[in-house]
Design a protein around this ligand. Structure first.
Ligand code: T1G
Length: 643
């Protein structure tokens, strides 16, 4: 068994290195190994202080998440990390934590049990457990408020967002920022502090005093609003609050109770499933190991509309220079105004510094010609959703691109093979379907065509990660995975309006179920004309005698295209705030009457069942058709108890 931790000496300083790739998770053997080497270093009279550091890309990225299912299923005992952390904190020699990469979850908790923390400029620290439906379970909710203050601890534990190194120093989590070699800097720091009494984080109670209860009330309100129905953020707030009311040990016991409630919850099960799901989809079954992604350092986007503009921003945000081409100056100006507006909003909200916003904007070159396209490593076509128009574009760019340039289409549903048939090199053609707004939504559907080369698939998948997206490989069929699943879900919602449910009732029922927005609200946001164009393209696939909703086409014939038209399924004011439209209700009644569809009172439960089952059933068909790869990455026993 590879050595998970090792001890070395730098004269009077002992260095304990954790080497448990890929992310030095606190898996079985790691805490035990650290504790044993700590003991060894303490016994060694020549050692004045101890540095703990991670090998490879990161410090400790947390507990080993793969262990949780085994604990819950009873396969593994639930081992507490508290004694291990107390052993560090009670060490008779100063322990200095040297942090680079990510000190997340149990990693930050380990760091905070140390007496000092030094950090590399690019590092991040955080308690992201709520993203897994958990809370910190190794005294993070007790030590973090003692170092960073209660408000910061609530924000980090309930929100799960990590903070950068400089901020970690500012708020008191880290003691020093190490420019240059981290290990050397940590050893120098260790020599400085060796003579001093080592401060124990659990005894630093000054920041726990005089905390106004309103802080917790406001945090709970925010957590309920942002995490609708999510239990972990509220549990995290309870645990941090306990730190202000109880002793350290009592606080840890309260934290452990709350942690266990989360660990045995279906929410945590689902979020851990999603965590590994996002990572498993990056691995392409059957892709030859020697196929390497090509480097993408220059990009070009055709079309500066809603999607083209967002895609250009996505490249610029990843530091990749990008040309964005339009056919007409006014369309180009409109597109660039939206891009400039988005960056200005982000800077105004403090999400980006003004300098960052300007730098990203500078990466985008708007133009009306194909000049420079022969230098691009990838070209993404984001023109109107029409096969003929897209084929013309691919025929044009095929004549100017450099060898090896990836030709991508942002089509959300159209036949990639049909589009590729117009290209000089169909093996270089692939679908890269971004979701609106492209610079925000994390999902990227990568669609392989019949002739798409393995190298092009590898390049598109790797690019997805570089752009901060979760890239999912899909086969070529109408709607691929995303829209193919959404279509029956949306169709049921439209049927329900024809049968008597109101638009507002349908949207609210799915929103209450947990969707970020109701299906008809999403339809209005995306634009009903997009769906209309796709339905026209796929009318030939409609099976005779199969019921189709009538309302959506009728709304489009009336130019009710949604938010961008001020009305669609709902009415929209100047701030795009929706309201019920009596005209829509009348149209639904008239449509039902003409189609002989009986109208009735419909309960929310029926709305949720019909829409969600439509989604799930289509998902199963997609797996059957092999459009999505069926992958099992974590043996979760089905009889697993849920609270
Ligand atoms: N446990 C097990 N495997 C992990 C892991 C973890 N904590 N973190 C990452 N991996 C695997 C991942 O599945 C992938 O495997 C590989 O490492 C690279 O990951 C007690 C209860 C650190 C920022 O939530 O956020 O501590 O697919 O592709 O983009 O209070 O991984 O290659 O086989 O994501 O460079 C809290 C989770 C745990 C951090 C690196 N910690 N990890 O990102 O690589 S709960 C987290 C991340 C806890 C305590 C509690 C990211 C990363 P494979 P990757 P990356």
């Amino acid at each position: 068994m590879a050595e998970l931790v090792r001890l070395t000496r730098q004269d009077d300083i002992a260095v304990i290195t954790i080497d448990n790739p890929p992310v030095n998770a606190l898996g079985p053997g790691v805490p035990e190994g650290i504790q044993a080497l700590l003991h060894e270093a303490v016994q060694d009279g020549g050692v004045r202080a101890i540095v703990l550091i991670g090998a490879g890309q990161t410090f400790i990225a947390g507990a080993d998440i793969r262990e949780f299912a085994k604990i819950v299923s009873g396969e593994r005992p639930r081992l507490s990390l508290y004694p291990f952390l107390l052993a560090i904190e009670d060490c008779s020699k100063p322990v200095i934590m040297a942090i680079h990469g990510a000190a997340f979850g149990g990693g930050l908790e380990t760091a905070m049990a140390g007496h000092y923390r030094v950090i590399a400029p690019g590092a991040q620290v955080g308690q992201p457990e709520v993203k897994l439906g958990l809370i910190p379970g190794a005294a993070g909710t007790q030590r973090l408020p003692r170092l960073a203050g209660v408000a910061k601890a609530v924000e980090m534990c309930a929100g799960g967002q990590s903070i950068p190194a400089r901020e970690a120093v500012e708020v008191g989590i880290a003691d020093s920022l190490i420019e240059g070699g981290l290990l050397e800097g940590a050893i120098a720091f260790a020599r400085e502090v060796a003579p001093k009494p080592a401060p124990k984080t659990r005894e630093r109670n000054e920041k726990l005093r005089d905390v106004h209860p309103a802080l917790f009330t406001m945090a709970r309100e925010k957590a309920r609003k942002l995490g609708r129905g999510m239990t972990a953020p509220l549990a995290a707030i309870d645990a941090v609050e306990a730190a202000t009311r109880l002793t350290f040990d009592e606080g840890c016991r309260r934290e452990a109770e709350l942690f266990d409630e989360c660990l045995y919850s279906s929410q945590s099960r689902a979020l851990i499933h999603a965590f590994f799901g996002e990572r498993t989809v990056a691995k392409i079954p059957g892709l030859p190991k020697d196929v390497k992604p090509a480097e993408i350092s220059r990009a070009a986007v055709i079309g500066a509309g809603t999607m083209g503009g967002g895609i250009a921003m996505t490249f610029a945000n990843a530091g990749i220079p990008v040309i964005v081409k339009e056919t007409a100056a006014d369309a180009l100006e409109r597109g660039m105004d939206i891009i400039r507006g988005n960056y200005a909003k982000s800077a105004a909200k403090g999400r980006l510094s003004q300098a960052d916003a300007e730098q990203r904007l500078a990466h985008i070159t708007p133009q009306l010609t194909y000049e420079g396209f022969d230098q691009a490593d990838i070209i993404v076509e984001a023109v109107f959703e029409n096969t003929a128009v897209k084929k013309q574009v691919f025929a044009e760019i095929g004549k100017i691109v450099k060898p090896g340039c990836v030709l991508a289409s942002n089509t959300s549903s159209l036949d990639i093979d049909e589009i590729a048939s117009a290209a000089a090199h169909p093996d270089m053609v692939i679908g890269t379907h971004f979701f609106s707004p492209a610079h925000v939504m994390r999902l990227l559907e990568v669609v392989r065509g019949r002739e798409t080369a393995p190298g092009v698939i590898a390049t598109a998948m790797a690019l997805g990660k570089k752009l901060g997206k979760v890239a999912v490989l899909a086969g070529n069929c109408p709607g691929f995975i995303g829209n193919r699943m959404v279509a029956p879900y949306l169709r049921e919602a439209q049927f329900l309006v024809e049968e008597g449910a109101s638009v507002e009732q349908v949207n609210q029922a799915l929103y209450n179920f947990g969707m970020a927005m109701g299906p008809l609200a999403v339809d209005d946001l995306a634009g009903l004309d997009i769906g209309w164009a796709i339905r026209k393209e796929f009318a030939r696939f409609e099976k005779p005698g199969v019921r189709q909703p009538r309302l959506p086409d009728l709304l489009c014939e009336l130019r009710r295209f949604g938010q961008k038209a001020g009305r669609g399924w709902s009415l929209y004011d100047a701030d795009r705030k929706p309201s019920a439209d009596p005209e829509l209700a009348a149209l639904a009644e008239k449509t039902a009457r003409e189609a002989g569809i009986p109208r009735r009172t419909i309960l929310d439960e029926e709305i949720v069942d019909r829409c969600i089952y439509a989604l799930i059933n289509e998902g199963a068909r997609i797996l059957e058709d092999g459009i999505a790869a069926a992958r099992c990455f974590m043996p979760i026993p089905l009889d697993f108890p849920t609270s």
